[in-house]
Design a protein around this ligand. Structure first.
Ligand SMILES: N[C@@H](CCC(=O)N[C@@H](CS)C(=O)NCC(=O)O)C(=O)O
Length: 211
């Protein structure tokens, strides 16, 4: 029997997207929680696997390493098409799914990368760090407000069809600017986050990450 997927995770982090995706896909996996102080390029645990030192980092059953949440989600969808994490090739919703998955990964997620620990990017200059935090937070709000307008039908981002986009949005809704902001400025994304949070697989991951 092949070994389970090894998911390097941190409580409340983007690894929650992968925990939910692997659960829904029925892929055998074990979480290796890393303390937040050990996350980052200097991480003794993560850096040998992923030079960015980020979570999620996954070691596949064949020993190879997979990083980048969107790539991991697509990998899970490919290995378990029945889990409906992604519309299949040929499905008219496939293009929108790919577009917004990569948008969340490549446009929204980096606002946290540069804003979470801004001192790192401005050579320790405090006033510049405060400005970088403000500008990346403001940019994220703009992106999310724009994304909210792309939701045309309830209850999920793609309409009647659930997908991994909803799990991504649920996770992001737990981070800055927080649920109250979503409720006021991105009500459709807020509704998706609440609907996703009510799914048993998401609720279980949420509980584990709050323990
Ligand atoms: N592009 C990566 C981003 C992952 C990421 O930024 N993870 C955060 C935690 S949620 C992290 O590890 N931050 C530490 C750092 O970037 O140094 C992905 O999509 O998986």
């Amino acid at each position: 029997m092949s070994p389970p997927y090894r998911l390097y995770s941190a409580k409340g982090g983007g690894s929650m997207i992968v925990e939910v995706a692997f659960t829904l896909a029925g892929l055998p996996f074990e979480c290796h929680d890393v303390e937040w102080a050990q996350v980052g390029p200097e991480s003794a645990v993560l850096a040998p696997l992923n030079p960015l030192g980020q979570i999620p980092t996954v070691v596949l059953p064949d020993g190879s390493v997979l990083t980048e949440s969107a790539a991991i989600v697509l990998h899970a969808a490919e290995h378990a098409p029945a889990a409906e994490l992604a519309p299949r090739p040929g499905d008219p919703r496939r293009a929108a799914f790919l577009r917004w998955l990569v948008f969340l990964n490549a446009a929204v997620y980096p606002t946290f990368t540069y804003g979470d620990d801004p001192l790192r990017w401005v050579e320790g200059d405090e006033p510049s760090a405060a400005r970088l935090r403000r500008s990346t937070d403001a940019h994220r709000e703009k992106l999310l407000t724009w994304l909210d307008r792309e939701v045309v039908r309830e209850p999920w981002f793609l309409g009647e069809r659930f997908s991994a986009l909803d799990v991504y949005l649920w996770t992001i809704s737990l981070w800055r600017p927080g649920r109250a902001w979503f409720a006021e400025h991105a009500p459709r994304l807020h509704a998706i986050a609440l609907a996703a949070e009510a799914l048993p697989a998401v609720a279980a991951v949420h509980a584990r990450n709050r323990s």
